[in-house]
Design a protein around this ligand. Structure first.
Ligand code: SF4
Ligand code: SF4
Length: 121
């Protein structure tokens, strides 16, 4: 079965949000997993992905051309906010914030519902 991943030609969310998280997710902390070299400290307790606190905003881990072909260079080690931003909800409906961001760069809305059923995003 072919997979369906609309993020691979999008990536706009990685240039839109400040990607901040509890600093203990960075690998400078025991049990952390996000490469610390790609993060910057916001407060004693919070860090963010480098580039995501700048204008123009673009996470340092994003590779490729937004709206054409992209990849996250630390996908297996990305922080919690990236893991928790859904493309689709469990009911198979698309995240309206994705469609809003995609429209801003001329990408079509996400198929509604998910073309492969529920919970497969
Ligand atoms: S905005 Fe939505 S569709 Fe685009 S890359 Fe982010 S999660 Fe994927
Ligand atoms: S860590 Fe990866 S998924 Fe998260 S904002 Fe950066 S490029 Fe996007």
């Amino acid at each position: 079965m072919e997979s369906f991943n609309p993020c691979l030609d999008c990536g706009i969310c990685c240039t839109h949000f400040r990607i901040s998280f509890y600093w203990g997710e960075s690998d400078e902390a025991p049990g952390g997993f996000v490469p610390a070299a790609l993060t910057e400290k916001l407060t004693p307790f919070r860090s963010c992905m480098k580039g995501s606190n700048d204008v123009p905003r673009r996470c340092i881990a994003l590779q490729g051309v937004v709206g054409e072909q992209v990849a996250c260079s630390i996908y297996e080690h990305r922080p919690t906010p990236c893991r928790e931003f859904p493309v689709y909800f469990d009911n198979g409906r698309p995240n309206p914030k994705c469609d809003e961001l995609r429209a801003g760069i001329g990408l079509p809305p996400l198929p509604d519902p998910h073309p492969m059923g529920c919970g497969l995003a």
